[in-house]
Ligand binder design. Structure first.
Ligand SMILES: [Zn+2]
Length: 192
């Protein structure tokens, strides 16, 4: 098997999600928070999965990882930040639902759902007639992740979220099949 290498001759792999960037970003900017500046980063990336393909699953798509670290960061700030962004993006007031979940890089972790922007919770085919759409994973950055970047988790806390960009766009533009994005069909692309 041939292993692809970057310009520093290090082996590279196709990433399945951008969460691994947390460590690089936190290490790079760890000195900032000591001078009172928060670490705030958005990391969009192309990601790759070994999937059975259908209208909702594609082998190649985009995700965005967001992180925020400072003194006194709490889960309420995470939820308010996401709700504010999604309301701006969809142009209407949205209810959010947060359930406990498991992700390895955050503790506690949450699955974040929003009230369906298309049917006001009456039910439609976008939300599978449930009125809610499970949109992304998020949580408070695990203390071990902060420690790995030499950030003291007793002093600083932070939140992180990971969200599929394609899914946000699909919902906003009523695109019914994720495979259109990689299809190279000009009829599809020229609509935007
Ligand atoms: Zn709906």
């Amino acid at each position: 098997m041939t292993v692809e290498r970057n310009t520093d001759d290090e082996p590279i792999i196709a990433p399945a999600h951008p969460s691994t960037m947390q460590n690089s970003v936190l290490k790079e900017y760890a000195s900032n928070i000591e001078s009172g500046q928060p670490i705030a980063a958005i990391v969009p990336d192309r990601v790759f999965r070994n999937e059975d393909l259908d209208a909702r699953h594609e082998h190649t798509f985009y995700q965005v990882e967001g992180i925020y670290v400072a003194k006194g960061v709490q889960a309420g700030m995470l939820i308010a930040t996401l709700q504010e962004f999604l309301q701006e993006y969809y142009g209407r007031r949205l209810e959010v639902r947060v359930n406990p979940f498991y992700f390895p890089f955050t503790e506690p972790s949450f699955e974040f759902a929003l009230s369906c922007p298309f049917c006001s919770q009456a039910g439609c085919n976008v939300c599978s007639y449930e009125g809610w759409i499970e949109l992304l994973g998020c949580g408070m950055i695990h203390p071990k992740v902060l420690e790995a970047a030499d950030i003291d988790p007793a002093v600083y806390t932070g939140f992180a979220f990971g969200c599929g960009i394609d899914r946000l766009v699909m919902m906003k533009e009523s695109i019914e099949d994720v495979r259109h994005f990689q299809s190279g069909k000009l009829d599809f692309l020229r609509q935007f």
